[in-house]
Design a binder for this molecule. Structure first.
Ligand code: FAD
Length: 469
């Protein structure tokens, strides 16, 4: 064993690499262990097979869709739109490579040692790293698990990489099917529905719960379903998949409808998007008494596990499983170890975004949650149908709904669907950090024309002083 590290981070996704950089910035001797093979695994799921390549394809999809469906009306008449999905994939991989190289550079610049291999806790203050059949041990004062998550599936729908695929395969498809069934209409499912529909695939979304994006305000899911219908994306909600005949050509999917009856659907490809599960196996957790609850490593607000010197961050440490949550936890954990942490993690003000078109974004409480929390609630809703900036962008589907405390005017949450709402959510997040009120939101002269004005208009509506409605 060589010199003892202050911190060894296991996993170099957005949780792990951010944590390692922050720890090193604070003068802690830091190593980051990563087992992935693609581009060295740096950047984890997010950069390699998640957020970034998916958003790159969504931008290609938006271009394809706009040219095809809005181009002529907007004065740009395409001669003939030809789809080249492999080219879109190639571009997405180039962006991914650029960013993963950036992570390597940043780790190096901050003097974080990158250790290639699979890490596990070998005992108090010891991490064993296995690589190419050999194991070596690293001594460390603190271990931070940032091992992320992998796709879930269920019996009969196991991934085979050809007929039944997951998001990873979907991000690299070289040939598009005529018909695709997407199982699960969370953010990942609806984003892929958007991408493949724009590239000419006949897409059916199948969701067991009541609406698309079922963890959002129900009005959002319904509005998204309407927008998707206009684009030719079929949504089957309250519908479960029961079995798949992979031998048939095309394959036959048996669906259980809302009334319990069954329907057979033909499809060329099934894309599973039913969520992800944390990676906790072979990490030495049980042997070393690290508590796991509901499959996730259990942590407190400083990302400490129940064992001294052992932390966990990111997808492996619980919901919400989002890149920005992991990165934030990474900073909190590093600062806690360095003794400079000021604020523990709080999870009540985390933005949640789906980058399909129209985009979906929310933060804070729904009206029902606010009432349950004891607030007297006031809401304001502003539809985008006559909103100047939305109309100029040829994208007037959607609305902004704001939830506030009726007595004090404090902004409690916002729920939106529409053009570029992924960017609007930051304003409300910051307003909530500062405990801003509706009055303060409308006091700021929002740039005109901008989508951000829609947040101001929703606040005006909640105050009963709508201008543009
Ligand atoms: P990961 O990114 O999964 O990284 C974990 C790393 O640990 C991996 O590199 C893995 O190889 C490594 N590892 C695992 N075990 C070991 C071990 N024993 N030793 C060493 N290394 C190990 N989130 C968003 O916030 N916004 C989005 O737009 C978004 N889009 C997504 C789109 C798709 C298609 C998918 C699949 C996910 C998306 N996510 C998005 C979720 C996001 O990717 C994850 O929340 C995020 O990557 C979690 O970060 P992490 O660092 O915890 O884990």
């Amino acid at each position: 064993m060589s010199e003892t590290y202050d911190v060894v981070v296991v996993g170099a996704g957005p949780a792990g690499y951010v944590c390692a950089i922050r720890a090193a910035q604070l003068g802690l001797r830091t190593a980051c262990v990563e087992s992935g093979s693609y581009e060295g695994g740096l950047g984890g799921t997010c950069l390699n097979w998640g957020c970034i390549p998916a958003k790159a394809l969504l931008e290609s999809a938006a271009l394809a869709h706009n040219l095809q469906h809005h181009g002529a009306r907007m004065g740009v008449k395409p001669v003939e739109v030809e789809y080249d999905f492999p080219a879109a994939v190639k571009r997405s991989r180039m962006i991914t490579r650029k960013l993963t190289a950036g992570v390597k550079y940043l780790l190096g610049k901050n003097k974080v040692d990158i250790v290639q291999g699979r890490g596990r806790l070998a005992g108090a203050g010891r991490v064993a790293v296995e690589s190419d059949g050999e194991t070596r041990e690293i001594a460390t004062r603190n271990v931070i698990f940032a091992t992320g998550s992998v796709m879930k599936t269920f019996p009969g729908f196991e991934l085979d990489g050809e007929k039944v695929i997951g998001s990873r395969e979907a991000l690299g498809l070289q040939e598009l099917p005529a018909k695709m069934a997407i199982v699960g209409a969370g953010f990942v499912g609806v984003e892929f529905a958007d991408v493949f529909n724009a590239f000419g695939v006949d897409v059916t979304l199948i969701e067991a719960l009541d609406t698309l994006v079922p963890f959002e305000d129900p009005e959002i899911g319904k509005a998204l379903e309407r927008s998707f219908r206009k684009r030719g994306i079929r949504s089957l909600t309250n519908t479960r998949v029961r079995q798949l005949d992979r031998e048939a050509s095309p394959m036959v999917l048996t669906l259980v409808n809302p009334d319990g009856s069954e329907t057979a659907e033909e499809t060329d490809l099934v894309l599973m998007a039913v969520g992800r599960r944390p990676v906790t196996e072979n990490l030495g957790l049980e042997k070393n008494g690290v508590a796991v609850e509901d499959g996730f490593i259990r942590i407190d607000g400083w990302c400490r596990t129940n064992q001294p010197g052992v932390y966990a961050i990111g997808d492996v440490a619980g919901q919400p499983m989002l890149a920005h949550v992991g990165s934030h936890e990474g900073i909190v954990a590093a600062e806690h170890i360095a003794g400079v942490a000021k604020h523990p993690m709080t999870y009540g003000n985390i933005p949640s975004v789906g980058y399909c078109h129209p985009e979906v974004a929310s933060i804070g409480m729904s009206a029902a949650q606010a009432e349950e929390a004891g607030h007297e609630v006031v809401t304001g809703k502003y539809p985008l149908g006559a909103h100047g900036r939305a109309l100029t962008a040829e994208s007037a589907d959607g609305f902004v709904k704001i939830v506030a405390d009726a007595k004090y005017g404090e902004v409690l949450g916002v729920h939106m669907i529409g053009h570029n709402v992924s960017e609007l959510v930051a304003e409300v997040g910051m307003a909530r950090e500062l405990e801003a009120t509706l009055d303060e939101l409308v006091r700021h002269a929002h740039a005109h024309p901008s989508m951000a004005e829609a947040v101001m208009e929703a606040a005006f509506a909640a105050l009963g002083r709508s201008i543009h409605m």
